[in-house]
Design a protein around this ligand. Structure first.
Ligand code: C2E
Ligand code: CA
Ligand code: CA
Length: 256
């Protein structure tokens, strides 16, 4: 079974799914996060937790991220042909990109080739990747991507090595508050942390996105805390491209 999955991973039958994000002030779709899936060959999909660790060990995860980015750009163009604006779409980057001196240039080249405007993409870098010896590289990559016109997002905020130094030195546009704090929103301590982090991000010129919102209570809480947007099963599960296109189209109709 394991060997079979690895072979499939190498054959490259990846799919990109999209989880829509909702702006809390208006309730409107405001983009999505691209999440990779592996086709199991029987019509189902295998989640990333089952194949990403192996790709990280072998170093091939950077290639996968580039494949995902290429697919996202093609999907954005396809949606545009249908008259639907899908973006901005967030693309996850593994920390292994930090070790590549030309990472930003390679990513930018893929986007330029596709003709998608840079502002339609957000690159998410997990903050848990920022081991103390990698913060310089992280800062450099985020800085270069932003200079090229992309937005950048600090993913999984609050559960990794987040230090105030990191926030002070690192340029970023979005802060994604980890689900850990959303789940614990009934506890006063998690609330205090979430609310003050939203204010902190605001002062630094960034927007906060709450991850993993599943219930009415959690939604009310992240809205009260002042988060800009939320993502979670409460609104949408990750959808295949066609499903996301339908959701975005329905949104456009509501706006008309
Ligand atoms: P992540 O970046 O933190 O992505 C969010 C994960 O939370 C996704 O899991 C999503 O399906 C899940 N999620 C969203 N809403 C809810 C909710 O309300 N409740 C719960 N319980 N979960 C929710 P997924 O798709 O299995 O991805 C897992 C991780 O795999 C991602 O975590 C990310 O670290 C990684 N990943 C996914 N796609 C890529 C990719 O293209 N490249 C890289 N390098 N990593 C990826
Ligand atoms: Ca992410
Ligand atoms: Ca996350």
């Amino acid at each position: 079974m394991e060997a079979e999955r690895t072979r499939t991973a190498e054959a490259g039958v990846f799919q990109v799914w999209y989880q829509p994000q909702v702006a809390l002030e208006t309730g409107a779709l405001c983009g999505a996060e691209a999440l990779v899936r592996l086709a199991d060959g029987r019509g189902g999909v295998i989640p990333p937790a089952e194949f990403i660790p192996e790709l990280e060990r072998s170093g091939r995860i950077t290639e996968l991220d580039e494949t995902v980015l290429r697919t996202v750009c093609a999907d954005l163009r396809e949606a545009e042909r249908h008259g639907v604006r899908l973006g901005p779409v967030s693309v996850n980057l593994s920390r292994l990109h930090l070790g590549r001196a030309d990472a930003a240039e390679r990513l930018a080249a893929i986007v330029q080739e596709s003709g998608v405007p840079e502002r339609e993409l957000v690159f998410e870098l997990t903050e848990t990747a920022a081991h103390s010896d990698e913060t310089d590289e992280l800062e450099r990559l985020l800085g270069r991507l932003r200079a090229m016109g992309f937005a950048v997002s600090l993913d999984d905020y609050g559960i990794g090595f987040s230090t105030l130094k990191l926030l002070a030195d690192m340029p970023f546009d979005y802060l994604k508050l980890d689900r850990y704090f959303v789940i614990r929103s009934e506890t006063p301590r998690a609330r205090a942390i979430l609310e003050s982090t939203v204010r902190l991000a605001e002062r630094l010129g960034a927007r906060t996105v709450a991850e993993g919102v599943e219930t009415d209570e959690q939604l009310a809480f992240v809205r009260r805390a002042g988060c800009f947007a939320a993502q979670g099963y409460y609104f949408f599960r990750p959808l295949p491209f066609a499903g996301y296109l339908r959701a975005a189209r329905a949104q456009r109709r509501r706006e008309e």
